[in-house]
Design a protein around this ligand. Sequence first.
Ligand code: HEC
Ligand code: HEC
Ligand code: HEC
Ligand code: HEC
Ligand code: HEC
Ligand code: HEC
Length: 391
Amino acid sequence: MNRISGFLRVSVSLVFMVLAVGCEAEKKEVLVDAPPLAYVGSESCAETDCHADIYADFVKSGHPYKVQKLNGVAPTFPAGTSAGVPNPPAGTSWTDFEYIIGGYGWKARFLKSDGFVYGTGGSGGGQGLNQYNLATSAFADYNKTSETKYDYNCFVCHTTGADPDSAWKPNMFGNFQFTGIQCEECHDKGSQHAFNPDGIPMLIDRTNALCGKCHQRGGYTATVPVKSGFVEHHEQYNELKASPHSNLSCVTCHDPHKGLLYFRDNSNGNMKIECTSSGCHTGKIQNGPHASVDCAKCHMAYTGKSAVAANVHKGDISSHIFKINDNAFPKDSMFTIGSMTGSGSIRLVSGKSTGVTLDWACYSCHKDGNNVGGTGSTKSLSELSAYDVHP
Ligand code: HEC
Ligand code: HEC
Ligand code: HEC
Ligand code: HEC
Ligand code: HEC
Ligand code: HEC
């Protein structure tokens, strides 16, 4: 018999014939209770060959690497993805740090054993040069003048089983079960399912609220915060809500187990559907030199910024507003602040964005009158506006 508490015995109230842990394992005819509901870790899902295929994809995606414990050496990332973080901030060594935050997608920050984000500081100011940016392979200042704790307020979106009611460090708000976004962050605790895979299903939540728990800023609304001329990062939920695709689910398009950032060509099948799949934009074509340009190049321009912007027309996070406003309006007309400085949000009319402006959509290839943009021909906003991409 499994030893479980009287309380759990009642609340679980399950008695099964059988079952050694794991689906391929030899089944034994023994009368046992289901174990208490608990986290078991992603490896358990792969261990018994039950979900080895999903696990193999998952370990190449960004989710599990969101926070990593360091063992005195540089963090590692799967082959074919991030080039990694070669050095810790100047004047420090890897042994000074207990954890690294990020480093898979855009940037990395560092944690000493006190749980504060290294280099952030209060009135005296921190060391600065404490954020490594992958795009430039250089360090930049992060919260140099505002001391930042790595607590529940951050790691509720970066870990599995985050819990506000206990402390992971003395005087630090909240605790967590595992670093990174593991299987059980999306599917809930797995001990009973691992014990009886056929009899006890896992939670499968296909709603946008699941992804939106983390890929959102300021709540489950269509308000999309912007700062210093760019949409802020982790706002995909808000953007989708402000878009004509608000009726779609994140997992209509995304396979949540497959990485995207290093597989934008879809070589690993992370996109479950194409824009031109039947029932969607079947037969949509583009004019002239744009005939073979990927739809996302224009319709999901890089309006967001996490770490580094290439120029004023190109951040490092692609938009989920999809709609393009083809009037000759400048980019800041898209924001409530009507400027490239300060904080505000995307302008909404009846709860929807009027669309991403042409400078964002077209200047990744073309360039503006000041030569800012891509390597293609110079085009003014009115020239862009006069052109019909779709015949
Ligand atoms: C970021 C959230 C997330 C993580 C992390 C995650 N899943 Fe899923 N999983 C989902 C969602 C959402 C679905 C439903 C997908 C759909 O219907 O398109 C799903 C579906 C599944 C299914 C049903 C079959 C299938 O392929 O659709 C299995 C089995 C599964 N996940 C196992 C796992 C395992 C094992 C891991 C860890 C190695 C894992 N998941 C990690 C969100 C996640
Ligand atoms: C509401 C959820 C949420 C909160 C709160 C949050 N983050 Fe994140 N963070 C994300 C998501 C989602 C991403 C990746 C997607 C994106 O940036 O659009 C991310 C990305 C990052 C990255 C870059 C990861 C990489 O691989 O490049 C770092 C570093 C980071 N966050 C640090 C922090 C710190 C420090 C805090 C607290 C001060 C914090 N985050 C709070 C959701 C959150
Ligand atoms: C518990 C928080 C959390 C949940 C829930 C979550 N994400 Fe994420 N997601 C993150 C963070 C944090 C990152 C940044 C990871 C990194 O790159 O270091 C991220 C990165 C990503 C990326 C880019 C990284 C890559 O692997 O290419 C995609 C795409 C993504 N998430 C899609 C989804 C979808 C779709 C869902 C819902 C099924 C979802 N996420 C649910 C926190 C979350
Ligand atoms: C070179 C940039 C570019 C590319 C590539 C592009 N589009 Fe567009 N698309 C635009 C612009 C600009 C508009 C707004 C003007 C208009 O309606 O024609 C637009 C409008 C649309 C619209 C809304 C207008 C309508 O016809 O109802 C849809 C839907 C659309 N595109 C789908 C697609 C699909 C699907 C692809 C890929 C097969 C794609 N686009 C590729 C620039 C582009
Ligand atoms: C209509 C299909 C579609 C829907 C719905 C959708 N996405 Fe995406 N998403 C994409 C495509 C395509 C890309 C890659 C764009 C590119 O290649 O630049 C992407 C990129 C991303 C990225 C990487 C950001 C970056 O830097 O490029 C994240 C994170 C993400 N999506 C999360 C989400 C979440 C969370 C939801 C739901 C709130 C969602 N997506 C809904 C199609 C979709
Ligand atoms: C992926 C790169 C790419 C993007 C994004 C792009 N273009 Fe182009 N465009 C080209 C190339 C390549 C040419 C041909 C060479 C040149 O003019 O630079 C071209 C040519 C043009 C021309 C000249 C007329 C013609 O048929 O030769 C116009 C007008 C134009 N693009 C408008 C747009 C508009 C409007 C957008 C945004 C909605 C846009 N382009 C986005 C690559 C791009």
